[in-house]
Design a protein around this ligand. Sequence first.
Ligand code: PGA
Length: 256
Amino acid sequence: MTRTPLISGNWKMHHNHFEAIQTVQKLHYLVDKETTESVDVSIHPPFTDLRSIQTLIDADDLPFALGAQHCHWEDKGAFTGEVSPVFLAKLDVKYVIVGHSERRELFGETDEMVAAKVSAIQKHGMTPIVCVGETLDEREAGDTEDKVLGQIDTAVAGRAKAQIASLVIAYEPIWAIGTGKTATSDDAQTVCHSIRERIRHLTDAATADAVRIQYGGSVKAANIAELMAQPDIDGALVGGASLDPDEFAKIIAYQG
Ligand code: PGA
């Protein structure tokens, strides 16, 4: 099974819609077409930028998929401030990040909420990027696998194999996010391998082989190639380094 790599830029709460347009235009200029034939690229700007970026991608036929950073699990209703997955699908959003550690830690998202969002995102034909990862304390206590695999169990419980096969999982050790510290490629591989093994155990070999697993946490041009060389790492969820089109273009072109 060959899995197409997926490099995703999570802009978090950065870049207004004018800055977003400039960044994507510059990125397009810097990334050559051949590269994007073998690597999927998704861009996850803030909600207020989505329409502008969708229009740009459409009008210039850019080789980037539109992504969102989060959504609600209901289609509509009295949820002030929330965004429906239906609206995202209407904007041609392809990938939605779910359960990012910042959402879990700062905004109280639970494993159960993550599971409900995964269902809603898939129901509307989009692909969830499900984030999992351990804190530094959990890692030091030897609890990495318990934490991460527990998050995986809840995210996939009760789903059909085809739905699991189409998920993207982002392994993001929380202590590596925005800190400049990256898990060594061996450590990242070990956890990504355990995730795939867990999915194999819960489903079957074909399903586990199909799932794309990203690594996230201080990915940059200088460390992407080594991470991507690992057999169970199929992509990267890139925060800070995706804001700079020069750096992000180099990450996308990691194959050289
Ligand atoms: P970072 O963020 O690349 O800035 O560490 C990654 C993420 O939060 O997805």
